[in-house]
Design a protein around this ligand. Structure first.
Ligand code: GLC
Length: 423
């Protein structure tokens, strides 16, 4: 690796590793961290290696981060324990998962060899991994004298297999970053490691996620006739992970009086290759049909600029059925000055204040969600009030220029400690 010492602190080379090239919440967060770090430290050398080609790799160009893909073999890309007792439920049995894991072992060893070659070529001062698979693969592949930071976006304790793998590799990781206090506490108790863990809330680009700007025509995108002027538009924005509660929103919409002028929207599509943990658009459309919602709910499919979709919504719904580790979509909706209904558990609870910047319901409580939608649909003043308070929260806490300022000292202290050890 490169010579360690003071020179490195001035011109650090960081390699970010991400398991996929698609852009879900953890990847949007990674892009914001990299963009903010690029602004805060223009002389640092930033590289991304993604486990798949895709928009994440392309988006790096716009923020002057060099990127490449090193494709994960299928056995690894499809592997996930989120659906084996994790947030998505119990669809895959633990035994099936362990079988798949054994098959993936050989593929993982081969991948680690290739990843090690890439890392030897890039010669990072520090590696920052994003996503459970890369935490393990990065720890396995990294040269022993390079520091590693795990960026934890999800609860470790609900991922039995991943928790075990992380415990195995924790000794090779220097520090962790968690997206909320709740995720940090879970990580500490699941790993029982003395590794330092830094809480860094996510942030968003307040210019992109702003109340003013272009809007998406949600009706056209969903193939629905234009809704009349008085219709209140309500939507859930994000990937189709099952625990995000699309089914809860659909059932809540079906409970509303038919004369209430509302239209629901599902904005997003299934993104990842870990099939069992996600709805497909067709499955959700079927559910809407069985609930008699065909004319009342639109499905836009994947939308590349989610801020444009949010600006077209009167109410953004966050309906996660499990504790939400952070809830980037909550920060984004607030930044767009939208009225927000959020499911209050986990890291989301650190952000929302019920009745002030959002209305809160218990995860999975369909009746409560339907009640809140009806209340907000009937009360434009309350929508306005919540939206304004949300924008204030976003300006105070979610301006992404904070990220680079928080991240750089963490990296510096890690490298200084390493230089001191080596001296
Ligand atoms: C993961 C978490 C989500 C968080 C995002 C960014 O997707 O599930 O809560 O907002 O990462 O940290």
């Amino acid at each position: 690796m490169r010579v360690s010492g003071f020179a490195n602190l001035l011109r650090m080379r960081i390699v970010f590793l991400n398991p996929t090239g698609q852009i879900g919440g953890a990847e949007r967060s990674l892009l914001d961290f990299m963009a903010s770090l690029r602004e805060a430290q223009p002389s640092w050398d930033l590289h991304l290696v993604a486990g798949d080609n895709g928009p994440l790799v392309d988006a790096c160009e716009g923020i002057s981060v060099r990127s490449r893909s090193l494709c994960l073999p299928r056995e690894l890309a499809c592997l996930g324990d989120a659906a084996a007792g994790g947030p998505a439920g119990q669809e895959l049995s633990r035994a099936v998962l362990l079988g798949r894991l054994a098959m993936a072992g050989v593929a993982a060893a081969r991948y680690v060899h290739s990843l090690r070659c890439v890392l030897n070529e890039l010669k990072p001062d520090l590696i920052h991994t994003n996503g459970f698979k890369m935490h393990a693969l990065g720890a396995w592949a990294k040269p022993s004298n390079v520091s590693l930071v795990w960026h934890i976006h999800d609860y470790v304790s609900s991922r039995a297999v991943m928790a075990r793998l992380l415990r195995m590799f924790a000794g090779r990781c220097t520090a962790a970053i968690a997206n909320s206090a709740s995720v940090a506490a879970d990580f500490k108790s699941a790993l029982k490691s003395r590794m330092p863990i830094h809480e860094v809330w996510n942030a968003v680009d307040l210019n992109e996620f702003s109340p003013e700007g272009p809007k998406l025509d949600l009706d056209a995108a969903s193939g629905l006739p234009l809704a009349s002027n008085n219709v209140v538009r309500i939507g859930l924005v994000g990937t189709l992970a099952k625990w995000k509660g699309h089914d809860v929103l659909l059932r809540a919409l079906a409970m509303l009086p038919t004369d209430l002028p509302v239209r629901g929207y599902v904005v997003g599509d299934a993104l990842y290759q870990t099939g069992a943990s996600q709805w497909s658009l067709d499955e959700l459309k079927q559910q809407a049909m069985h609930l008699g919602l065909t004319k009342r709910v639109g499905f836009t499919g994947f939308v590349s600029r989610s801020a444009q979709a949010m600006r077209s919504l009167d109410i953004v719904v966050h309906a996660s059925t499990q504790p939400e580790p952070f809830g980037l979509v909550i920060a984004e909706a607030m930044a767009c000055r939208r009225a927000l209904i959020a499911s209050a558990a986990g890291g989301a609870n650190e952000i929302i204040r019920d009745g002030v910047n959002a209305l809160a319901h218990a995860p999975g409580n369909t009746d409560a969600l339907a009640g809140l939608i009806a209340r907000l649909a009937n009360d434009p003043d309350l929508r306005e009030k919540l939206g304004q308070a949300g924008r204030q929260t976003a300006e105070r806490h979610f301006d992404r220029s904070r990220l680079g300022l928080q991240l750089a000292p963490i990296y510096r202290s890690i490298l200084s400690a390493r230089s001191a050890q080596a001296a």
